[in-house]
Design a protein around this ligand. Structure first.
Ligand SMILES: NC(=O)c1ccc[n+]([C@@H]2O[C@H](COP(=O)([O-])OP(=O)(O)OC[C@H]3O[C@@H](n4cnc5c(N)ncnc54)[C@H](O)[C@@H]3O)[C@@H](O)[C@H]2O)c1
Length: 340
């Protein structure tokens, strides 16, 4: 079978990881990139070793590209996705798919109308440890779920925000600590605990010179009767590995930095951590995130195109965490419980 040709929109820091992953995937071939910065074209060509365009339509016109990876600023994902869909390309977008549920609905609609497959990168769902926890909960081994918490108490220095000014803006980042960093663990929490009935949020900007929150908390009421709590920050020095805590009637499982830390499930013995590859937490350094989970997501998307099926995380799945995060922001702003 021919390799799936891939084009990338964006030339920011995450793109290095894509180029590495694609080079390791047998059925995939990197064709070209697009950057909005004309003065970056030559530098990016040298860096990535493929053609780089500063005109998006030139990238989308290439017939050898079947899949576009959307890696630009979050609040510009929607436009990139809609243009790619119109050009008949399948799309794998970085998280968040867009920064509001309404904008996510628009991109889902556009992909459906153009009959292309849409996937979103929420790569922490791929870790072996997480998959074991997911299986255990789906099999009912924790019994009735009681409480689920996510803690993403991270740290980013001033340079992180100063270097690329879209970060921390409402328009392009959708917020900050919850929407950019917290979203991964919030996605994992919702995937395990189920849909959310209502939220109460309290978010603030206390240290960084940004529009979005650098510290916050959200209380969740799940539809199944369980409760939950999220804390997130990008100013909580030095930044601790993210935690996911699931409590049920028959026991509890705690994960830290993507690994199972505590396993107390009645009738089972504690498994050894299955996560061997270095997918270390981005608690204090965004560049320390390993590439193994990204590779699994891109491989799944390539397979989804070949098999004409939905990818691991489709548009509807990707919308869930954004919906909850936006409700937490609204709750904080209006100082009231928000029903979803
Ligand atoms: N899944 C993950 O774990 C993960 C990790 C990091 C970023 N992301 C996502 O990837 C997307 C892009 O994030 P990023 O950290 O790569 O952003 P970035 O700030 O490094 O780059 C964003 C855009 O800014 C421009 N840019 C960057 N460096 C430039 C330069 N030197 N000169 C000119 N223009 C430049 C490019 O157009 C680029 O597409 C975001 O949606 C983010 O949420 C996901």
């Amino acid at each position: 079978m021919d390799k799936i040709g891939i084009g990338i929109i964006g030339t920011g820091s995450i793109v290095n990881m894509y180029v590495k992953c694609i080079s390791e995937i047998e059925g995939a071939n990197l064709i070209a990139l697009y950057t909005k910065s004309t003065d970056r074209v030559e530098e990016a060509k040298k860096l990535f070793g493929v053609p780089v365009f500063d005109d998006i339509e030139k990238l989308l016109a290439l017939p050898e590209i079947q899949l576009i990876c959307v890696c630009n600023e979050s609040g510009n994902h929607g436009e990139a996705i809609k243009r790619s869909a119109k050009a008949g390309k399948h799309i794998l977008s970085e998280k968040p798919l867009e920064v509001t549920p309404e904008k996510i609905d628009e991109v889902i609609d556009s992909c459906q109308k153009n009959n292309v497959i849409l996937g979103c990168v929420l790569q922490n769902r791929c870790s072996e440890d997480y998959r074991l926890v997911e299986r255990t909960i789906r099999e009912g081994k924790l019994g009735k779920l009681l409480m689920g918490n996510a803690h993403i108490n991270w740290y980013r220095n001033n340079e992180y925000y100063a270097k690329n000014p879209w970060r921390g803006t409402k328009k392009f980042d959708g917020g900050a600590a919850f929407m950019n960093q917290g979203i991964h663990t919030i996605d994992l929490l919702l995937n395990l605990m189920g849909s959310v009935k209502s939220v109460f949020g309290n978010v603030r900007t206390m240290v960084h010179n940004i529009e979005g929150e650098d510290v916050g908390t959200g209380i969740l009421n799940f539809d199944n009767g369980a409760i939950g709590n999220i804390t997130a920050g990008t100013t909580l020095y030095p930044g601790y590995p993210e935690r996911l805590e699931i409590y049920g009637e028959k026991g509890s499982i705690l994960m830290e930095g993507g690994k199972i830390e505590q396993w107390n499930v009645q009738g089972t013995s504690k498994p050894k951590s299955l996560q061997e590859s270095g997918n270390s937490s981005g608690a204090s350094d965004p560049t320390s995130i390993g590439h193994a989970n990204h590779k699994t997501v891109i491989q799944d998307m390539v397979n989804a195109i070949e098999e004409n099926r939905s990818p691991m995380v489709d548009g509807a799945e990707a919308k869930k965490a954004v919906e909850v995060i936006v409700a937490i922001y609204l709750s904080s702003q209006e100082e009231k419980l928000i029903h979803l």
